[in-house]
Design a protein around this ligand. Structure first.
Ligand code: GLV
Ligand code: MG
Length: 322
């Protein structure tokens, strides 16, 4: 199996949800600028439509035309009767054209292990590379959040930990129906801060990506941008988009600002120069008016990696002093 450290986690600023039962919407998604597209067999797919949707999804993945987009399928959660058939049909039918399986409502590490084992059997049976297809774990209730560290560590296949706010709000009895907005009566901070931070810590502790969930007022792009800006500021890697109109805003919010990206690249170049023998083998040095050291390099690496993953380019270069 591919160890976590060797998994290359690609840019997931925007993760577009597409109902697996709609060939028309699946077709449209091929031309949209989302980093990831996930074809849904769970809540966007009616129970009676699920069996046929599996075939629709397999055909759409095998047809191709997805470019660099990360191709994901959300299966149903383990408390339903659908999960095993979802996984077997989709992985058997489209394994080589699939990047990850998203598992919703994950509550324990065992549920991730069970998915990993099933995927491994299908891969072996079909002669596919074992362990290549990743797992995205959605945290959507209190038990999932309490176990999130173990869930993140449960399998090297886990690539992302995703916040599912709608189900989460329902499961904890939050007194609000407006996903992402503060519950009326809570006027002392951000009611989602603890949840987001808890997910982010688990993701970072185990080298995974942290992904924010949907914003349901799909026509309110300003509201989407405001809510996305909060998790992006904390360090989240991306967010779900439920509508094509949210994608551009999402890509912008989760990419570094151009000036921060340029600055990060300058810090990396300057630090590499000054710590080298030719640059004086120094530890803490001045870059303009700013003192930079090893911690600055680590911060710059994060911004630079996000910028490069988002395809950003730099215009400034570092010139060593004479
Ligand atoms: C997504 O699945 C959510 O419940 O918010
Ligand atoms: Mg959900």
């Amino acid at each position: 199996m591919t160890p976590t450290s060797e998994r290359v986690l690609r840019s997931r600023r925007s993760c577009l949800a597409v109902p697996g039962s709609s060939p028309k919407m699946i077709d449209k998604a091929r031309g949209l600028p989302a980093d990831q597209v996930f074809l849904d067999l769970e809540d966007a797919c009616a129970p009676l439509a699920k069996p046929a949707a599996r075939g629709t999804i397999v055909a759409a993945l095998n047809e191709g035309g997805w470019g660099d987009r990360i191709r994901v399928v959300r299966v149903n959660d383990w408390t339903t009767q659908w999960t095993y058939r979802d996984v077997v049909e989709v992985v058997e039918g489209a394994g080589p054209n699939l990047d990850a399986i998203m598992l919703p409502k994950v509550q324990t590490a065992d549920q991730v292990v069970a998915l990993d084992l099933l995927m491994t059997q299908v891969e072996k049976t079909m002669g596919y590379e074992v362990g290549r297809i990743g797992i995205e774990a959605q945290i959507e209730n209190a038990l999932g959040l309490v176990n999130v560290d173990a869930i993140a560590a449960a399998s090297p296949r886990v690539e992302t930990i995703i916040f599912g706010p709608a189900d989460f709000m329902a499961s904890i009895n939050m007194k609000s129906l407006v996903v992402g907005e503060q519950p009326p009566g809570y006027d002392v901070g951000d009611a989602y801060h603890y949840i987001l931070m808890r997910i982010l810590m688990a993701a970072r502790a185990y080298g995974k990506q942290a992904i924010d969930g949907p914003y349901l007022q799909i026509r309110d792009v300003e509201g989407f941008t405001r809510v996305a800006g909060r998790s992006a500021a904390l360090g989240f890697d991306g967010k779900w988009c439920l509508h094509p109109g949210q994608i551009d805003a999402c890509n912008e919010v989760y990419a570094p600002r151009q000036e921060d990206y340029e600055h990060a690249e300058l810090i990396l170049d300057a630090y590499a120069h000054f710590t080298s023998a030719a640059g004086g083998a120094r530890g803490a040095v001045m870059l303009g008016d700013e003192m930079i050291d090893e911690a600055s390099r680590k911060m710059a690496l994060v911004i630079s990696a996000k910028g490069r993953a988002a395809g950003m380019t730099r215009t400034q270069t570092f010139t060593p002093p004479d």
